[in-house]
Structure formats: structure tokens, C-alpha cells
Design a protein around this ligand. Structure first.
Ligand code: NAG
Ligand code: NAG
Ligand code: NAG
Ligand code: NAG
Ligand code: NAG
Ligand code: NAG
Ligand code: NAG
Ligand code: NAG
Length: 395
């Protein structure tokens, strides 16, 4: 069953209405992140930790039968403060001395796998492209959306097994993924985005990086958040992304009302240890161009304390050490964020032996032996909608 949350979420994302008063806070026209560098954008070498013979083999994190929280703390408790800090970024280096391999949080799968290291060879050279969600969702067919999600997640796991993709995706159309065929494991972590008020990317000379939307409680409750509530409370997506823009004066990634009061306390995200990822460079934007925080250290500490666990970019990795010295955050605040990411990797089977999780047996054959091409065709056909009737219908 595809949970209704993902479905409603898509409807929310495609709704064209913009409610609330739009405040053109900064008209400089920035649309793209501008402090991301090659270390954030790098294609990194991905593998699973060797839980049979590696340094972690005797640690509880490698004990598949143990509680996922105990397993995760078994790992996190081994990490030094510096090791915690560097693993808050999307291109997480892992911990070489522990045999913990690098991990890439930034994977995409809106309507096909993206940010994958596709090879030049026949195998693992491509993934199926489905119609844009705005079209496939218009079919109003949950079974069908689930079928698409199932194919994309199977292809993601197969590419992960080949070291070419991660285990999570910055995409909203895959909330059903977590309900795979193995009840004990998450198939792919879905990251509904972007929360909240992200209805404008670039409009009338303004930028998504600095927009601040003044949204009434009524519009927030009735229009801007129900789809996210359904994605968390009902579909239980394991990850969540805050957005570049601000809401009522506070950048979303530093907004404890959004990330703590609504997401964690009201919708239950904390009950199952979901993690919040920043959008790429959005922690930097809490400083510039929002000018909400005085510098990058404060932007990092305020975002972390508001509930943003993982930074897509490197503001946390480079500045949280200053935040500790300033007394703005404690090492345990950083450990909590890394714990949340890794508690999901544990449940994805990252620390289990090769063939103990069926998803870890998926190969290139599973990518090409699905009926993916036919479903791709259908994803365009089922959603086609009559936009204008010039009198031809009814026939
Ligand atoms: C990306 O894939 C290519 C094969 O197409 C491989 O040679 C390369 O090592 C991979 N890069 C990483 C970082 O794994
Ligand atoms: C929904 O999609 C499924 C799978 O493609 C298809 O078999 C079914 O006919 C569709 N349902 C409707 C009402 O179109
Ligand atoms: C676009 O921005 C200009 C300059 O700030 C403003 O005068 C104009 O009203 C804006 N247009 C709309 C449709 O809001
Ligand atoms: C808008 O952002 C740019 C780039 O950060 C900055 O140089 C400029 O001063 C800002 N303008 C205003 C009005 O805040
Ligand atoms: C960042 O700003 C805070 C608050 O003003 C200040 O305490 C801290 O020293 C600044 N950090 C750096 C590196 O300038
Ligand atoms: C914080 O870490 C960064 C990146 O490793 C380093 O460049 C910087 O010097 C460190 N700052 C302090 C105060 O230790
Ligand atoms: C498990 O995977 C690792 C890395 O791919 C490989 O070196 C090892 O031989 C595999 N072990 C088994 C039992 O398949
Ligand atoms: C895919 O479509 C082709 C062409 O219509 C058809 O021959 C084939 O049986 C379909 N395959 C599946 C798995 O539905």
C-alpha cells in the first residue's frame, strides 16, 4: 500500500496557488547556492562497512538482532568530536580508523535516479526516467505512483550495491518506498521537501535563497503544511528537508517552530528518529542573504539547535567547532544529529552482512529486468489531462 501521505504531498507541491503576503526581502536575484564547492559536489567513493572483518565487526552496530538505537549509539559513542563534526555534511567522509566508509546524503530521485555515478559502460549506465510528478500525479492513481516508486527504489538499491548511489533521496515522490518487502528494513529513505512555504524559486527579481514569506496561521495550517503533516504523521517519511526561504522572519532551517514544534512534537517525527537535512547551502543562507545570523558559526548553531541535523554543504563541518568554543552548542547536540542520520542507515541495512538483506542482493539485472520502460510510458499516458475544451467535447 502506498501511504496516502505521499500522495497528498504531491498534490500539495503542484498546487499553483500562492497564499500569504509576499515580501521581496532581497532582490539581488540569487537563485543558486553560491558557497558550495567541489568538496560538496564531489562524487565520492561509496561502499558498505565491512561488518564481518572490519574494525567495527565486534561492535554492537554490527549486531543485526540488536535494537537500532543501541546499535547506532554503539557507533556514535566511538566518534570523537572532530569525527562527529565532519560527518554532518552531505559528502560525509566516514571514519577511516573505524572502517566507516564515506557516505553521500545528497541523492536525487524526483522522477528518476539522479546524482548517481552512472558509468560509461553498459552496466549501471542509466536509470529509467518517468514523467514529471506534476503529470504522473494527475492520474490520481496511488497504486501507480507506488509502482513507480518501487522501481526507482529498486534501481537505487542496485546502484548503491555497485557503489554508485546512496540510501536516501532528496525527493518527495517516494514516501511509499520505506514499505518494502522486508518489514525489518527501510528500502530507501525519502526526504519530502522543502519545508515550508517554498512556492517560489525565482519571481520578479527575487530569489528562493532570501525570500521571506509572511504566512498567516490560517494559511500555514490550511495550505502550506497539511501535505507535510501527511508525509510524516501518516506516511512516516524518515527524512525531511527545510527550505531556503524564511517564514515569518525566520529562515526555515533555523526555524524551531517548523522543525521542532510542528515536525517533531506535533507530527511525531521524533518518535522514529527521523533526520532533517538542510537544502544545499541553506545553512549558509541563514547568514547570507537572509542576514538572520551574524556569521556562519551562528548560522550553524542556530540551524542545529532549531532541528536541522545534517547540512548539505559544509557550514557545519567547518564552523561547528567555533560554535562549541563559543558555548553555543554542545558536542551532544552534534552527536544527536549524526545519530539520527546513522540510525536510519542502520535500519537500511548499511551495517548488516552482504546477503542478509534482500535489497543488498539487487544487481544491474534488477534494473533492466523490470517492466520499467512500460511503466515510464504509462506515467505519461495515465496523467494526461484536458486543459481546455473548445467545444469538441462531449463527442
Ligand atoms: C564512478 O564510476 C566510474 C565508472 O564509470 C568509476 O571509474 C569511478 O571510480 C566512480 N567514482 C567513484 C568516486 O566511485
Ligand atoms: C492505476 O495504475 C495501475 C498500474 O498501472 C493500472 O493497472 C490501473 O488500471 C490504474 N487505475 C486506473 C483507475 O486507471
Ligand atoms: C515586482 O517588483 C517591483 C520592484 O520591487 C514592484 O514594483 C512590482 O510591484 C513587483 N511586481 C509584482 C507583480 O508584485
Ligand atoms: C541582498 O543580497 C546581496 C548578496 O548577499 C547583498 O550584497 C545585498 O546587500 C542584499 N541587499 C539587501 C537590500 O539586503
Ligand atoms: C560569530 O558571531 C558571534 C556572535 O556575534 C561571535 O560571538 C563570534 O565570535 C563570531 N565568530 C567569528 C568566527 O567571528
Ligand atoms: C574549525 O575547523 C575548520 C575546518 O577544519 C578549521 O579551518 C578552523 O581553523 C577550525 N576553527 C577553530 C577555531 O578551531
Ligand atoms: C561482502 O562485500 C565486500 C565488499 O563488497 C566483499 O569484499 C566481501 O567479499 C563480501 N562478502 C561476502 C561474504 O559476500
Ligand atoms: C511492455 O510493452 C510491450 C509493448 O507494448 C509489450 O509487448 C510487453 O508485453 C510489455 N511488457 C510488460 C512487462 O508489460
Amino acid at each position: 500500500m502506498f501511504a496516502p501521505g505521499g500522495f497528498l504531498l504531491l498534490l500539495g507541491l503542484i498546487a499553483p496557488v500562492v497564499l500569504g503576503q509576499f515580501v521581496p526581502f532581497n532582490q539581488s536575484g540569487f537563485l543558486f547556492a553560491y558557497e558550495l564547492d567541489e568538496t560538496d559536489l564531489a562524487t565520492i567513493s561509496l561502499s558498505f562497512p565491512d561488518c564481518q572483518n572490519g574494525p567495527l565487526a565486534g561492535n554492537i552496530v554490527c549486531t543485526a538482532s540488536a535494537n537500532y538505537r543501541d546499535r547506532t549509539w554503539g557507533l556514535i559513542n566511538l566518534l570523537t568530536i572532530d569525527e562527529l563534526i565532519v560527518n554532518t555534511r552531505n559528502t560525509a567522509p566516514g571514519v577511516p580508523r573505524l572502517g566507516l566508509p564515506p557516505y553521500q546524503v545528497w541523492n536525487e530521485a524526483l522522477h528518476r535516479l539522479d546524482q548517481a555515478n552512472f558509468s560509461d559502460f553498459v552496466t549501471f549506465s542509466r536509470a529509467t526516467i518517468f514523467a514529471q510528478p506534476i503529470l504522473s500525479t494527475a492520474a490520481l492513481n496511488r497504486t501507480f505512483i507506488h509502482t513507480i516508486a518501487d522501481i526507482i527504489s529498486t534501481q537505487g538499491r542496485a546502484l548503491k550495491n555497485a557503489g554508485k548511489y546512496g540510501l536516501d533521496s532528496y525527493a518527495p515522490n517516494i514516501n511509499g518506498f520505506r514499505r518494502g518487502v522486508e518489514p525489518d528494513y527501510i528500502k530507501i529513505v525519502a526526504t519530502p521537501r522543502r519545508f515550508a512555504g517554498y512556492d517560489l524559486e525565482s519571481w520578479n527579481g527575487t530569489s528562493r535563497l532570501s525570500n521571506d514569506l509572511i504566512i498567516s496561521n490560517q494559511d500555514l495550517a490550511g495550505y502550506y503544511t497539511p501535505q507535510f503533516k501527511a508525509a510524516i504523521r501518516d506516511a512516516r517519511a524518515n527524512s525531511f528537508m527545510c527550505s531556503y526561504n524564511g517564514v515569518n522572519g525566520v529562515p526555515s532551517c533555523a526555524n524551531s517552530y517548523l522543525l521542532q514544534t510542528l515536525l517533531r512534537n506535533t507530527w511525531g517525527f521524533s518518535n522514529y528518529d527521523g533526520y532533517v537535512s538542510a537544502d544545499c547551502d541553506s545553512v549558509v543562507n541563514v547568514w547570507e542573504p537572509h542576514y538572520y545570523a551574524y556569521n556562519l558559526s551562528v548560522a550553524s548553531s542556530e540551524s542545529l539547535l532549531a532541528g536541522t541535523d545534517i547540512d548539505c554543504g559544509h557550514a557545519y563541518a567547518v564552523h561547528l567547532n567555533e560554535s562549541i568554543i563559543a558555548g553555543a552548542v554542545a558536542p551532544s547536540d552534534i552527536a544527536q544529529g549524526v545519530f539520527r542520520l546513522y540510525s536510519n542507515l542502520v535500519r537500511l541495512g548499511f551495517f548488516d552482512w552482504n546477503n542478509s538483506v534482500v535489497y543488498r542482493e539487487l544487481t544491474w539485472e534488477d534494473v533492466v529486468s523490470t517492466d520499467a520502460q512500460n511503466i515510464s510510458y504509462e506515467s505519461a499516458v495515465q496523467g494526461i489531462t484536458l486543459l481546455k475544451n473548445d467545444g469538441t467535447l462531449p463527442l
